[in-house]
Design a protein around this ligand. Sequence first.
Ligand code: SAH
Length: 416
Amino acid sequence: MVYLYFGALIFFVFGAKIRAFVTGENPSQTAYSLSMSICDGFSPLPKSSNFGQKTKKISAPKYIRMKYLLGVTLDTLNTWFQERGQPRFRAGQIFDWLYKKEISDIMQMSNLSIDLRYALDKEWKAHGIELVKIQTSDDQQTYKFLWQLHDGKRVESVLIIGENRDTQEAQRRTVCVSSQVGCPARCAFCASGREGLLRNLEPDEIIAQVYEINRWLQKERGERVSHIVYMGMGEPFRNYEAVLQSIRTMIAPDMMGISQRRITVSTVGVVEGIQRLASEDLKVNLVLSLHAPNQKLRQKIIPYAREYELQSILEAMYDYAAKTKRDITFEYTLLAGINDAPEHAHELVELLKNKQCSVNLIPYNPVAGLKLEKPSHEAIRGFRKILDAGNIISTCRYTKGDDIAAACGQLALQKS
Ligand code: SAH
């Protein structure tokens, strides 16, 4: 009994310190000087005995998942505060720090009392991903970010600096985000699905890729992310809820405030995902990874294509375009000797004729271990000519970042 009381006393006195030990968080010194009076109605946590003194920084243990602020709605956060007798505006204050001031460390949110910060910090973190490394392409136009997740798994995102078709900005700064660890689609030409799907990413893990790259970009170049494409590792519509939550966070004016016109979701063709997105109150751009002009060839290139008839995918795409008034794009990875012949181009014209759409041709980017080849320049030119003659608008995306394996389809699973 005596031991129990003693144990409880120790826990009470050192509670905050133990928490700091477990989470690895070390409250910043600036935080301590702030007034406690903001904390009306909040029952304070026991204070650590070393209040205001330096503690040894211990990094957070792996495989612990807390609650994450990025992606959480104002309502959810409001409820959390209300349950603790706090006024509603607290959630707005957190949003302001997180999204407007872009401060992710709870202990730096200085208009919240120190006790409140402790209480928040005990349960919440901004997000659960950690930067492992950044690789830069020789031309300094492409940056690949490797992230470590809470369970030790790793994903990558790519930042591409490119010319801009809009006149307001000198350059586009596009982040290509991953939505899953691995990919279920297993496209024959892509590195991402070679080991199948390992797991879905959580909303914070998707949002944080953009959030952190944006902060990095601001620090390094004084610029901000302008466009987002869901074309990294994974199939966004096989992780629908998390992807939707990430989109909502990116577009909400009191969150990241990015225009929907600058967000593009790319899918291998998950019909119910396309239909669901069409039924949301959203207008993001939608791209279908087509890669072949008919079902038979498509199945050969994309094993996952067996799940849905090409015609039903196309219908869902056209329906999306009609509902959202957005033009749709078809991605077509050109593989030498497989889908780059003139007859494929003619068949593509037939498939898409009279439709409001464009085709984005992507010459295959080599993936180690795959016996596939880039199409010749003549083949690409010939293919485009046939599309032009058939009144199909096309663009050709030339390789960016292949020297650091950051080009389309080169994002592979990375071991920790
Ligand atoms: N699962 C989604 C998003 C990820 S792939 C989808 O299938 O759309 C995004 C794009 O990467 C695909 O459209 C494909 O065109 C491109 N891609 C993948 N591997 C490639 C490679 N090796 N070379 C060129 N493009 C590739």
